[in-house]
Design a protein around this ligand. Structure first.
Ligand code: 1GP
Length: 254
């Protein structure tokens, strides 16, 4: 069964938590241990990525180390064409739909496609939408995004609906790693409304505590991604467990 189908099957039962491993931030040598601690704490998948400095042989070795250390899906979350590796289970095939630069909407995907096919890597077409305050984060700056404004939720609604019509398999609302504040609840709510139950909604960026993670699930997120909060933790397993419990503890009304 594909990684995507496994995740969607789980999402029907409960909200999920993904742990972001940015090897450039936490150190390549620590990545596997970090991922194993997150798995022990009940996280549902490991995302490997980062906007700068995550590439090449070091990335390949890190992905292999993480694959050896965990059984849950190991999914690439690339910042550019250099962020892909044949050793992962799947690839978030991201299109940054609200970029000003067509390279991040369709160009890098075309450049990557032939090698991804050769590798036989599972691709998960994902509409990546950067919201405020993501313009101040590395993802927003490098990706030349026009961050979706909090005061105009109708724009997020329109982008999410368009992503559903086009046929993306995930929509990822992103405030940017280390953002000053997370994706606003109103934006999560309108994206959920646009997607119905057809397309799972991932929310990440600036989520620092379990209560905020639970709040985003109540607003309509299916998957919560945390990275910085785990990187800053002295006890990764304990911190991941607190996020997992918060996210899975939310009663969803469907
Ligand atoms: C970034 O959404 C992820 O792409 C996670 O962000 O590092 O702020 O948790 P944080």
């Amino acid at each position: 069964m594909s990684v995507y189908d496994r995740l969607v099957g789980k999402i029907r039962r409960e909200a999920l938590h993904f742990s972001l491993v940015d090897p450039d931030e936490i150190g390549y040598e620590r990545a596997a241990e970090f991922a194993a601690a997150a798995e022990d704490a009940g996280t549902d998948a490991i995302l490997i990525g980062g906007t700068v400095g995550v590439q090449g042989e070091l990335l390949d070795e890190t992905v292999k180390d993480i694959k050896n250390a965990v059984k849950i899906p190991v999914i690439l979350f690339p910042g550019d064409i250099s962020g892909i590796s044949p050793f992962a289970d799947a690839l978030l095939y991201l299109s940054l739909l609200n970029s000003r630069n067509p390279y991040y909407i369709s160009g890098v995907q075309a450049l990557a496609a032939p090698i991804v096919l050769r590798w036989g890597l599972e691709v998960i077409p994902t509409a990546y939408l950067i919201t405020e305050p993501g313009g101040e984060t590395a993802a927003g700056w490098v990706g030349d995004a026009r961050p979706l404004p909090v005061r105009k939720p109708s724009i997020t609604y329109a982008y999410a609906l368009s992503a559903r019509f086009i046929g993306y398999k995930f929509v990822y609302l992103e405030a940017g790693s280390g953002a000053a504040y997370p994706v606003d609840d109103r934006l999560v709510m309108v994206a959920r409304k646009a997607l119905g139950r057809e397309v799972p909604l991932i929310v990440g960026g600036g989520i620092r505590d379990p209560e905020t993670a639970a709040q985003k699930v109540r607003a309509g997120a299916d998957v919560i991604v945390t990275g910085t909060a785990l990187e800053n933790s002295a006890d990764v397993e304990r911190t991941v467990r607190s996020f997992v419990e918060a996210v899975k503890g939310v009663e969803r009304d469907f």
